[in-house]
Write a protein that binds this ligand. Structure first.
Ligand code: ADP
Length: 450
């Protein structure tokens, strides 16, 4: 095991990683920006290093400063958390060149799965269900039209290097496809410096279901079952739960096994999530693989009892996974609500500033992952998530009741948060009956039904 690791992140995930490291007997170094000087999570770290001004381009995205901090502080490994440099294969490579262990996959595995075209090709070989469409990058409009005629409109043009919803165009006829191909390519070149695009079937009504996986450096890979993240706004997840409701066990196990095979074939070490869309007939189609720990990982920790962050540190240190597939099972049901400092009644306007009142919910089956305490000032520089409320019940009905109770207990002020919206969403018939698709929250918000 490492003696000392550096955490290249902030907020709740920095604290989550500090806690895991301490339990493993590792000392922690946490880097921070000037805007985070008073970040409460820094008090939990053994050492802290300032790496620059507030804007993340000058601090949390500065690989050179993070590496210098690790070298100066003699940290043997870096945990990137999520966001910032977590899915940057170049950063993983720089770490390796500097003899610092990147807590995550090798740069090769990250690049292979991070490119949507090579990922799709690997998924096909592993038996992971994918969307019908082109197997390779498409340049010629005629070729795109041939693919579209084969699979039928609507189709979607997507960038191989895509992320954050950029480089995507939906096409419902020939003309839109020809235009979409050109504009998606342009956007991809501007955003990612890589203009490769491909075409696949566009699914109108779908749920988002994803599979949590873990791999080690000894060729083992397991899945930790699935999560549903259908409740989203503008592709941002709001509520996550596990296991995904309404998926037959046989289908679930098949898809989860195929996701683990994909990770194993990619020689993947660390935590990964294979994301899918699922249609009403429980057909699964892979969207992409996220090569990092995800915000919603506590849902899976609750239902499987596996500490995903500790496992990721262990496997980076060269240890084998502490669990085998046959040891992992699902107990009960878990739901997570992301607490964003935003005002849902005013277009989700960010709410930086003083948090005067902060009284988290508690009790049996309630977990709160947050870096906030009363008196904390939310800086305007970063994303608005200030915490996560996770509940675990014996079944979905109990988990929903627990979440309602926990939200009612939570007190945050004077800033506004998304919690009151969550309270209304989990009571909505669509959620209770899991009769929903990825646009259900947006539709309700538009119709002002919540
Ligand atoms: P990114 O890496 O930019 O987030 P994804 O591949 O995860 O791109 O897609 C982002 C979102 O776009 C998905 O969550 C889904 O809502 C939508 N999407 C992507 N591909 C399809 C598809 N084939 N059919 C329907 N919706 C899709």
């Amino acid at each position: 095991m490492f003696d000392r690791i550096l955490i290249a992140n902030r907020g709740e995930i920095a604290l989550r990683i500090i806690r895991a490291a301490k339990e493993l007997g590792c000392e922690t170094v946490c880097v921070f920006s000037q805007a985070d000087r008073d970040g409460p999570w820094l008090e939990y770290a053994d050492h802290t290093v300032c790496i620059g001004p507030g804007p993340s381009a000058n601090s949390y995205l500065r690989a050179d400063r993070i590496i210098s901090a690790a070298e100066t502080m003699h940290a043997e490994a870096i945990h990137p958390g999520y966001g910032f440099l977590a899915e940057n294969a170049e950063f993983a490579e720089v770490c390796r060149d500097c003899n610092i262990e990147f807590i995550g996959p090798s740069p090769e595995a990250m690049a292979l799965l991070g490119d949507k075209i090579s990922c799709k090709q690997m998924a096909r070989a592993a038996g992971t269900p994918i969307f019908p469409g082109s197997d390779d990058a498409i340049e010629d409009p005629e070729e795109a039209l041939t693919v579209a005629r084969e699979i039928g409109f609507p189709v979607i043009v997507k960038a191989a290097a895509g992320g954050g919803g950029r480089g995507m165009r939906i096409a419902r006829n020939d003309e839109e496809l020809v235009d979409g191909l050109a504009s998606a390519r342009q956007e991809a070149i501007a955003a990612f410096g890589n203009g490769s695009v491909y075409v696949e079937k566009f699914l109108e009504q779908a749920r988002h279901v994803e599979v949590q996986c873990l791999g080690d450096k000894h060729g083992h890979a397991v899945h930790l079952f699935n999560r549903d993240c259908t409740s989203q706004r503008r592709h941002q997840k709001l509520i996550e739960e596990g296991p995904a409701p309404g998926v037959d066990e046989r289908v679930r196990d098949e898809v989860c096994d195929s996701a683990a095979s994909l990770i194993r074939n990619a020689k993947y070490s660390g935590a990964a999530t294979v994301e899918f869309l699922m249609d009403r007939k429980q057909n699964f189609y892979m969207l992409e693989v996220n090569t990092r720990v995800q915000v919603e990982h506590p849902v899976t920790e609750a239902i499987t009892g596996v500490d995903i962050v500790k496992e990721s540190i262990r496997v980076a240190a060269g240890e084998p996974l502490s669990v085998e597939q046959c040891d992992i099972s699902v107990t009960g049901h878990a739901i997570e609500c992301r607490i964003n400092a935003e005002d849902p009644d005013r277009g989700f306007m960010p709410q930086p500033g003083l948090v005067d009142v902060f009284q988290p919910a508690g009790g049996f089956g309630v977990r709160v992952d947050t870096h906030v305490r009363p008196g904390y000032r939310i800086p305007p520089n970063y994303d608005s998530m200030i915490g996560k409320l996770i509940v675990h019940g014996s079944d979905r009905t109990e988990a929903i009741a627990k979440m309602k109770r926990a939200i009612d207990e939570f007190r945050i002020g004077p800033i506004k948060t998304t919690l009151p919206l969550h309270r209304r969403l989990i009571e909505a018939a669509q959620f209770v009956e899991h009769d929903f698709d990825i646009h259900w929250v947006e539709r309700l918000l538009e119709e002002q039904l919540v």
